[in-house]
Structure formats: structure tokens, C-alpha cells
Ligand binder design. Structure first.
Ligand code: F6P
Length: 548
């Protein structure tokens, strides 16, 4: 469908005027002082996720103009087209139906195919998990995949560590650099290892190279009967069953071209997750995502959390001019969430042309980056507090920790309860500090024992001043469970769709990765034969330096 582009709507112009009048000078501290109900008014409830959006640079006028923008960009009709399976990935002529993967049986598009694979996969999962305690059963799962065939499972498995089968270890190999696979292989027992070759296309250079190395290693490490055992120790998750068969893999779990790589953890690509946490918990992950899908599909725009986040992203990127957003999950299990979100958001929305291929006169995807709290505090938070750029931060807090079923001694429990309070206090303190800041006068009145005695008090106070008024969002989960994690990931997926739809781009293709792949295949033989003809001076010199 063809909706007006955001910059051609009356709401866009009104937002630009509003930014000049009130947005640029917006002050969070004043906003809280003037609006006693601000926190409640700007908190939203979605399935499994509570969101405090009040520490953001927006007021009632901003929000109503953003809603007007959403309506003028026909966001609701676009959402209907997405969910109905129209070919919204128009440059590849494909529907985008990852929501169908988590719809209950009998509901959603392609239900029969989806549930046939899901049930077959989960039966396989339960058989493998049951074998894990047998003397020769599988204990190591090695997922070989990259991008969307890696980042989802690699993020989810540690996040749900409390649910992981105690005898099963998951390993993830993605990089074509042999330094990724070698340390994994070194720790494996071939007879107790299941390799999953995960690739939507089954042509990706990195994955195919690692799969070949894994097979060569297996044939040698397994010893007698290795050829016959390959069928039991290698499976594939792919849309290209024929290519997997040519590779020699006959246990395959398929998915479809309407599942984008970065939206695929709900499909057979989720096999390592299911092997780790079991069928029931995998179904709970899907159910959590489905609950968020229903919220996305039906909540009014003003109460629709993914859409509100998408609108805020546009406000920050295009009016405030913020070019990055930091994600700070205060849960160590979510340490890979920033990397996962980088692909989800930057591969989806890192585009510079509109639906018709016309160059965009406004910015799109911000840089998304981050690290688990509290570790980030001891690294780059300095810049968030006192750097020259304003970077909105997204905090994720989990109220109740889960350390798994193994009983813990009382003293350890007490210590962990204390640690968790410290973790939450740090999370709250950071968003508070970003907003409050510290005036020079306040710093002047404080003692600074480590400050140099040779500098004047005012100079030191200036170094110890925090500008404050720095925006943040806090997402709160009661617990990090399969269901709440499913909901959280789906929330991010829909938010990325919302900002991409407002920007009028195709969030579901990724042509930007093609050029590097093509040039790589041209350079590969040159690294072997040393031919530098026709190369630019820099590439030629580097190639010669790297050859051996
Ligand atoms: O980096 C490009 C990309 O196509 C991603 O979109 C995808 O997730 C990744 O490569 C892996 O692709 P495949 O699953 O086909 O191996």
C-alpha cells in the first residue's frame, strides 16, 4: 500500500514547529515538577512488560502530534497489511509473517505447516533431551549459523539459563574466523554432540565453511562408524532442504521465505533454544510473543507500547537529532540483547531510500548499542552522563531473579537477595542521575577528597557538574521467564516495524549486506594468487601485506 511519507504530512510540519517552540528546550525536571501525575500518565502496560516512558522529552502536545503523524502515515492500515500477510517486503515480493509462527494452532496464516514443523521439532527435542542423561546421549549442542540464524538463540539461551537442561550445553559458532569454532571443538565429545547447521538460505559463506570444518572434525574425532553416524549428529534448520541434503544432512526442520532471518528465532531456527529449555518452555516463549502480538494488533495507538516506542524513536531521531540509543539490561542473562537488537533494528531500518527508491531527506535507524548493567556503568556511562551527545537510554529491570531449580544454601540466598537489591538500586539510580544531573553550585558545596589541591574549587566543580535532563525509558518485567522474554522480543520487533513504517522504508530487506559479500568473493582468489590488478591503492597494499 502507498501511504504518505512522514515528511510530507501536516503532522511532520507541526512537530517541527512544536520542537522549535517547546521540544528543544524541554526540561524533564520541570516537567515532573509541573505534572504530579506524569509518571502514571506516561506509564504503559503491555503483556508481561510495564513501561515507564515518563523520563522522555515529550509532553501531551508532542504525543498528540505523534499520534496525528501515525494516523496521517496510515499506520493502522499498514499494520493490518503486515498482519494479513500482504507482501509488505515489496522489494523481495514477500509477506512478513513471523507472527504466524507463534499463533496458536488453528489460528494465523500457514497454521498447518507451522504446527507440523513445530510438533516434529519438539518431539525431536524431547527425544534428545531424554538421551542427555544416558551414557551415550547428547550433551553438547553446537549451533552453526550467523546473523538471524545465530543471534536469537544465542541471546535467548543464556537469558533463560534457569530453565536450561542441567546436562545440556549449548555452543554457538558464527564467525568464519577459525578462532570461533576451534575452542568449541576442543571441548566436545563427538559421540555426545549434536551439530545444528542453521541457515535460511544454506548458502551463507561463514556457515557453510564452519559446517565443513565441523564435519571434517567429526569424521576424525568419532572414529569408526563416523560416516554412518553423521546422520544422527548433524541436523539442519533451513528453507533450503535440498541444499542441506546435498551437504549430507537428512534430518531437517524447515521454515519459509516469509520468515525474515532476524525474525526467525520462533521458527526451526529456535531449535537450540528448544533443546536447551524443553518443549513446554519453548511453547511458553511463543505464547508470550503471541500475547504481545495481540496487544500490537489491537491496542489503540495511544496505549500501544510498540507503537509508542516507535513514535518516540522518530521524535528523537528526526527532531532532536539523536543518532544513537543505548540499551542497558539489568539482567546478566540479557547480555547478548544489545547485539541481537543491533541486527533487528539496524538491519531492518538502516535504509536510505523510501518504498519507491527515492533518497530520504531524514535520518532512519539510530545506532543501537549497549551492555548489561552494571558493567556498562563502569565503562561508557561516563559519556552518557557528561558527554557532549545526548543518548537516550533504555533500562530493562527484572523485579524477581531466577537462579534455577538447584537448591542454594541459606547464606547464598541471603547474599543473592542483597545483590539483587543492589542491581535494582543501580538501575534506578542511573536513570535518576541522567535526569537530575548536578548543578555546578551543588558540586561547589560538596567535598571532593580525590580532587587535585592545585586547582580552584570552581574548576573542580565544573568538572563535577552533570548537565542532567538526559532521557531514558525503563521497561520492567516481573520475572524473566520464557513467556516474558517472548513478549519482550516481540515488543522490540513491532517497535522496529513501527518506526520503519513511519519512515516509509522497507524494514524487511537487507540489500546493504550484498556488496561486501560480492567483493569478498572477488578478493578471495586474489588473496591466494596475489593479483592486485584494478584494485584501489589501499586495498592492493593491504592485500599484499595480508597474503602469505
Ligand atoms: O547478513 C545478512 C543475512 O542475510 C541476515 O539477514 C541473515 O540473518 C544472515 O545473513 C544469515 O543468513 P542465512 O540464515 O541464510 O545463513
Amino acid at each position: 500500500m502507498h501511504a504518505p511519507r512522514c515528511d510530507q504530512t501536516p503532522a511532520w510540519s507541526a512537530l517541527a514547529t512544536h520542537f522549535d517552540v517547546a521540544g528543544r528546550a524541554f526540561d524533564l525536571r520541570q516537567a515532573f515538577a509541573q505534572e504530579p501525575g506524569r509518571a502514571a500518565a506516561l506509564s504503559l502496560a503491555a503483556p508481561e512488560v510495564h513501561a515507564d516512558l515518563s523520563k522522555n522529552h515529550w509532553d501531551a502536545t508532542t504525543r498528540s502530534l505523534l499520534l496525528q503523524l501515525a494516523r496521517e502515515c496510515q499506520l493502522e492500515a499498514r499494520r493490518a497489511a503486515l498482519l494479513a500477510g500482504e507482501p509488505v517486503n515489496h522489494t523481495e515480493g514477500r509477506a512478513v509473517l513471523h507472527t504466524a509462527l507463534r499463533a496458536p494452532k488453528g489460528q494465523g496464516a500457514f497454521s498447518e505447516e507451522v504446527h507440523e514443523v513445530l510438533e516434529r521439532m519438539l518431539a525431536f527435542v524431547e527425544a534428545v533431551r531424554a538421551s542427555a542423561c544416558e551414557p551415550d546421549g547428547i550433551r553438547h549442542i553446537v549451533n552453526i549459523g550467523i546473523g538471524g540464524s545465530d543471534l536469537g538463540p544465542q541471546m535467548v539461551v543464556p537469558a533463560l539459563d534457569a530453565w536450561v537442561h542441567p546436562q545440556i550445553q549449548c555452543h554457538f559458532v558464527s564467525n568464519v574466523d577459525g578462532h570461533d569454532i576451534v575452542p568449541v571443538l576442543r571441548r566436545l565429545d563427538a559421540r555426545r554432540t549434536l551439530f545444528i547447521v542453521a541457515s535460511k538460505t544454506f548458502t551463507t559463506q561463514e556457515t557453510m565453511a564452519n559446517a565443513e570444518v565441523a564435519r571434517a572434525w567429526f569424521l576424525q574425532a568419532y572414529g569408526e562408524g563416523a560416516e554412518a553416524a553423521i546422520g544422527r549428529h548433524f541436523v539442519a534448520t533451513t528453507t533450503n532442504i535440498e541444499a542441506a541434503a546435498r551437504f549430507g544432512i537428512h534430518t531437517t526442520f524447515g521454515f519459509w521465505d516469509w520468515v525474515g532471518g532476524r525474525y526467525s528465532l520462533w521458527s526451526a531456527i529456535g531449535l537450540p533454544i528448544a533443546l536447551a529449555i524443553g518443549a513446554e518452555n519453548f511453547r511458553a516463549l511463543l505464547a508470550g510473543a503471541h500475547a504481545m502480538d495481540r496487544h500490537f494488533a489491537s491496542a489503540p495507538l495511544e496505549a500501544n507500547l510498540p507503537i509508542q516506542l516507535g513514535l518516540l524513536d522518530v521524535w528523537y531521531r528526526n527532531f532532536h537529532g539523536y543518532t544513537s540509543r543505548s540499551v542497558a539490561p539489568y539482567h546478566q542473562g540479557l547480555k547478548r540483547l544489545p547485539a541481537y537488537l543491533q541486527q533487528l533494528e539496524m538491519e531492518s531500518n538502516g535504509k536510505c531510500v523510501d518504498q519507491d527508491g527515492a533518497a530520504l531527506p531524514y535520518g532512519t535507524s539510530p545506532v543501537v548499542w549497549g551492555e548489561a548493567g552494571t558493567n556498562g556503568q563502569h565503562a561508557y556511562f561516563q559519556m552518557l552522563h557528561q558527554g557532549t551527545d545526548v543518548i537516550p537510554v533504555e533500562f530493562i529491570a527484572v523485579k524477581t531473579p531466577e537462579y534455577g531449580p538447584a537448591p542454594l544454601p541459606d547464606a547464598v540466598r541471603t547474599g543473592l537477595a542483597d545483590q539483587h537489591r543492589k542491581l535494582l538500586a543501580n538501575c534506578l539510580a542511573q536513570s535518576q542521575a541522567l535526569m537530575q544531573g548536578k548543578a555546578t553550585e551543588e558540586a561547589l558545596g560538596e567535598k571532593a577528597p580525590t580532587a587535585s589541591k592545585s586547582l580552584g574549587a570552581l574548576t573542580i566543580a565544573r568538572h563535577r557538574t552533570f548537565p542532567g535532563n538526559r532521557p531514558s525509558t525503563t521497561l520492567v518485567l516481573e520475572r524473566l521467564t520464557p513467556a516474558s522474554l517472548g513478549a519482550l522480543i516481540a515488543l522490540y520487533e513491532h517497535r522496529v516495524w513501527a518506526s520503519g513504517a513511519l519512515w516509509g522504508i522497507n524494514s524487511f530487506d537487507q540489500w546493504g549486506v550484498e556488496l561486501g559479500k560480492a567483493l569478498c568473493s572477488q578478493l578471495l582468489p586474489r588473496l591466494a594468487n596475489g593479483d592486485i590488478s584494478g584494485l584501489d591503492g589501499s586495498t592492493a597494499a593491504l592485500l599484499q601485506r595480508l597474503r602469505h
